[in-house]
Design a protein around this ligand. Structure first.
Ligand code: DGP
Length: 114
């Protein structure tokens, strides 16, 4: 997608602090971190929202979760614990319409989220 900021990060057209990359997904630090570790894991394929997932995309979502696990290990937050979040559409708090898995850690999380 030409006008998608996360597609541009995935293709290297816009710089980001990339912490993980494989053939299907990219992980990079959030510009506006909400925790000591705040990484976004995105698919290289443009998928606007969770509502747009196709059955064949399930492998990609599995890869995203696997990447979050791997990054959590590398960041040293796996044992203490962390949170993973997909926001979907307006009431879910989604502002960038290319799906992304937030990985947040390095501090205690509260529940319920705001
Ligand atoms: P969400 O609200 O779930 O759509 O989260 C979008 C996140 O993306 C938000 O935490 C800020 C982050 N973000 C937006 N633009 C950029 C960018 O250009 N670079 C990086 N690294 N993060 C961005």
């Amino acid at each position: 997608m030409d006008d998608c900021i996360f597609c541009k990060i995935a293709s290297g057209d816009i710089p980001a602090d990339i912490v993980y990359q494989d053939e299907q997904v990219v992980g990079f630090r959030d510009l506006n971190p909400q925790a000591p570790t705040h990484v976004l894991v995105i698919p290289k394929k443009h998928i606007a929202t969770l509502n747009d997932l196709l059955p064949e995309d399930e492998e990609i979502v599995g890869r995203m979760v696997g990447a979050a696990r791997e990054i959590a290990m590398r960041e040293g937050i796996a044992d203490a614990g962390y949170r993973t979040v997909f926001n979907c559409n307006e009431q879910g708090g989604q502002t960038v319409f290319h799906i992304h898995l937030h990985l947040l850690g390095g501090r205690p999380m509260t529940w319920p989220p705001g």
